[in-house]
Every structure is written in C-alpha cells, then in structure tokens.
Design a protein around this ligand. Sequence first.
Ligand code: F6P
Length: 534
Amino acid sequence: MASSCSSVNSKKKHTANAVVTDKNTLVLHEATCGDLVFDWSYQFLTREAVTEFAAARLPADFAERKAELLNGRYMNISEGREVSHVLSRSRNSVLRDTGSAGGALGGADNSKFARTVLKLRSGNWLGATGKPITDVVNIGVGGSDLGPLMTSFALREFASDIQQHELHTHFVSSMDGGQLYAVLPICDPETTLFIIASKSFGTSDTFANVETVKCWVQEHFSALSPEVASEWQKAWLEHHIIGVSANVQKMTDYGIPPAHQLVFEESVGGRFSMWSSIGLAIATTCGVQVFQRLLAGAAEMDAHFDTAPVTENIPMLMALLGVYNREERGINNIAILPYDGRFRHLPSYLQQLDMESNGKQYTATGEAICAPTAPIVWGGFGPNGQHAFFQHLHQGYDQFTADFVCVLHRAAPKFSASVAFALDQQQKLSVANCLAHRRLMAFGEQSETPTEHYPGKHPTSLFALKELTPESFGAMIAAYEHKIFVQGLIWSLNSFDQPGVEQGKKVAITALKRMHGESDEQFDASTDAIIRMI
Ligand code: F6P
C-alpha cells in the first residue's frame, strides 16, 4: 500500500488562470525551432500563466538537472548509472569510433557503424554463398524496434546516396512470430542479413524470433552443398548476423564475430536509443547522411531546450501544458494525431517513450506519489481516425488532449508534374482536415439539437512543419524526450527505469513452464482453464 504521499505532489495545487478558447479573442501562441513550429494557441494557459505555473511546479534545482541531462551526468538512481542518450548523440558517438562515450573521436564517416552501412548499401556485404545482401531484417522489440521502425518509415524517401544496389529493410518484433509469416516468404536465406537488436541481448521476444529464423536458415543451408550444410550455423553467424547491444559478452558468447558487433553504452536507455547503434536499421534504410541529419536536428532541439525562455521553449511548453492538463483539468490521456502518413508509427513510439518513463506512482527515492503522473498515450493516423474514433472525440463525454502533426508541403520528385500536383492537392486536403477538426475540438459548435451539438473545449497542440526533413523529424522526437524528462522532474520520479515490466516478464516465464508441463503451479480458475485447453 502507498505510504504517506510524497510532498512533491501534495503541495498546494497551483490554479493557473486558464482562458477558455474563444475564436474571436484567441491569442496566437507559437514557438519555433528551425523548421518546426509548435502552436499551443488552443491550450488553456496564457503566457503569463505558463510562467507562473513553471515557477510553481519546476523544482528549484531544475537548471542543474537540465545541465546534467545535456552533459550526460544525470543519474538514473535505481540502476546506478548516468543517462547519456543526449551526450552520446550530441557527440555523434555512433558515427565516430569512440569505444566509450568519451573516447577519441574519429571522423564521422569512418566509424564501424558507417562502414557497416556503406558495405550493406553498396552491395559489398556478401552472404555465406557469395551473394550480395538484398534484405536486412531488424529483430528487436520496444526501444530496439519502435524508433528504428518509426524513423525508417518516415525518412526513407530522403536516402540520397545513389545506390545501384536494391536493399530492403524489414522489422520483426512480436513474440508471436506474426511478422515472420510475412517476411520469411519474401526473403532468401542466402541474401538476408539479420540485425539482432537488443540492449540486454536477452529479451525473450527477440530470441524467440531468432530461434524461428535459425530453423528457416538451417533448412535452406542444409539443402545446399554438404560442406555448407555441416557448417551452416557458423556460416550464418559469420555472414548473416549483426549484433547491436550494450552487452558485448553475450554477443560474443552467441557466436557473433566482434567485427559484426555494434555496441552502445549501458547509460543509453532502451527507449532513448534510436540515436545510437540501435539506429543501424535507420541508416541502412536511409543512408548515413540522413542519419547524420537526424542527429543534427536533435542537437538543434537540445540547444533550443537549453537556452530558449520558457514561453518560447517547445519541450518546456509541452511539459508544463501536459502537467497542467493532467493535474488541474483532470485529463488522463493524450491522443497523438499525425496528418502525414510518414508519422504513422509516432503514436506507438511515444507510448513507450512516455508511459514506460513516467507511468509510475512513486518518486525516484521510493515515496508514494498521490497525484496523477503520466497520461495514457494513444492515437493513430488522423485522417483515418476521422472515420474511426473522432465521433467520440467530438461528441463523447470523455476529456482528452491531443498533439496534432501536419506537414504543409510534400515534394514528389519521383512523379510527373501532373501527378505531383494531384498529390500536393491531397496534402492540402489533409492539412485542411487537421486544422478543421482541431478547431472543432477547441471551439465546438453550440446547438439546441443534441446531435448537432459539439461541446468543444478540448485543449490541443499542433506541430506544423513547412516540409518534413530529417532535421525537423529529429528535432520533434528530441522535443518529446525533453518534455518527458521535465515532467519526470516535476513529479520527482525516475524516468529512466522500468521496473513495472520486469514483473510481467517473470510471471510469463512461470506460465510458459506450466504450458510445457515443466511446472504444476496453479494460477486461478480462469488461467488454469485456458492452460488446460492449450
Ligand atoms: O519493455 C521493457 C524493455 O526493457 C524496454 O525498456 C526495452 O526497450 C525493451 O524491453 C527491449 O529490451 P532489449 O533492447 O534489451 O531487448
């Protein structure tokens, strides 16, 4: 049972002087960082109220904690290590052979990471039977999947290095093997390379997928020449696997040659690791240059977060408005509603980034927090959501806040002028829908007829991009990271551990043993009945 409440949240609630959005008197509230525009006009705090709220809710040592984060010195107390994802990416560690975060910095294009990508993208990485690799499969889950998947999908059109060689990237994450049903039939074991992406190099989801892949490979290789058949596993490990992990020993024990191991620091949290070697699939899909541009965009947001005044500071605004909506307006969820298909995977990524970081009810020192912390993060591709859940948002009772994302223009260089024009018309249609629906959620429509009444008064924010670039994408993702860091400070919790998922892993092992008849542990009438069915 929670002990006495932590003082951090039992302090007097700060009732900021909220404004009710009125279309005639609305004040424009925008903050910018590079090409990224953050519009918070539809939120319920004025600039003055944000300043007051910051003074009331930010910890007194905020500046010191922020400096620690930016310099890789902030402590993840429960795991006894520093938090270094910002320092690591600001140093381009992954693109320079650093060994450790502080090691000698080599040139950006000669790191092991860059050389690996260039070898794959040029068709010079040959499989065990001498054929160039044509397909790369990233096997990972959580932070070892969501960032690479989201970013590869968003930025793949920006790949600029002219590659004569056709290289396809696939993502496999789920323990049920679901993606393998689709991926294996379209791949050839002789030309497919697997990235085993796992910070711990021990996650059961990931290695369940690897085991099935090994069966698939063994069948194929064993049917080849006798010498390959006898040495198939060694050949596979030496030509068709790259390990990405913080655990060198486990990669080596698994049989992955050191030359095909990419390492990142233990101090880079899994859900903050897409900027590290875990981003290999991003660079394999989009090229090293795009990956560098992604890091540069994040670095621009780091500097903005460090220096911009609070009412111009995008992560600070996101954090303070989020805490206000959560604590003072009692809104327990936030919808992520992108209106550009390239952001399709953003909601899932932010679910882990936010809910696994701040979905806690105890402080970093173990005191109970008796007030709400992280919201439930959900959402989906906005235009399709209009045909799925927008009815509930417009006329249901539930409170919500939302982050909209829209891109004003999308280049279509691979199409003729007439098709490009038609596609641009569609981009404009999508933006128009984004603006119209968020406006209806803010102001509503008053009517005596219930079915025509839209209550409105839902606070939302909008990220507007003139055009999507790798830099603006990196800046936006970094903004969310810093938002979550600031909210964690406000709630005095540790945003960088995830003990809540560890228990789930343990009980799953027990259930699996029972299913395999290796344990006769009884669970409960319901669970036992299902297990008996299996
Ligand atoms: O969900 C728990 C978790 O540990 C995440 O924090 C992490 O991103 C994911 O599992 C995968 O872990 P690993 O990269 O060690 O396989």
